[in-house]
Design a protein around this ligand. Sequence first.
Ligand SMILES: [Zn+2]
Length: 219
Amino acid sequence: MGLFGDDKYCVICGSKSGFLGGLFWYDLADGSHLCSSCRDKCTPGELKFEAMTADAVKANIAFAAENKRKAVQEFRATRQLKAGAYRGRDCIEIDENHGWFKDMTHNNGWVYDLNDIYTFHMHLVTRRPQADETAKGIDWSNYQFDELPKYTEGDFLTEAKLKIYLMDNALGVTKVEVDLVPSWNPDDSELRGGYECAHEFYEFMRNFRNNQKMRLRRQ
Ligand SMILES: [Zn+2]
């Protein structure tokens, strides 16, 4: 070991730690190392690299690549749920034939399994209007479903997300957050579009689950 005996080599791409490659490194269970750009080739969920061997990381990267391949080559949207300006913005795409969905509001392209969803809800973030700002009153009475949250009339709504929670899955993703409104402090039509998108998803999932139950009963 010389003066630079601390150099690490990425077990995947072979790059060497140093001035350029030394941003962030992961130590693996078998004493090998992983660079941060190869970490980005892995599945998006949290990974315990200190407990993974180089072979386990390679298998994970292959799995992630397969998901991305499916996203491009096999995923065919049979439904596009839109929200915003006014409902021209693609938020969720569903491939009913495969039972898959994608979050289109984040440019990550992962394909998730509809059967992995255990619950979802709409999440709102609001802000109290300042004294010199005009409060917005919004009538949501036409957009109610069981899991729709309420917020105090007069507050500003600054964020609306559809939070979809997933059971254990190979991607390691436990929560998908779909941005239903594209802008901060959205106008009424953007919000209404967001609600309609969430409602469509709610209706779709209700039908999807009923069909799954019928299919199971027939087996
Ligand atoms: Zn690397």
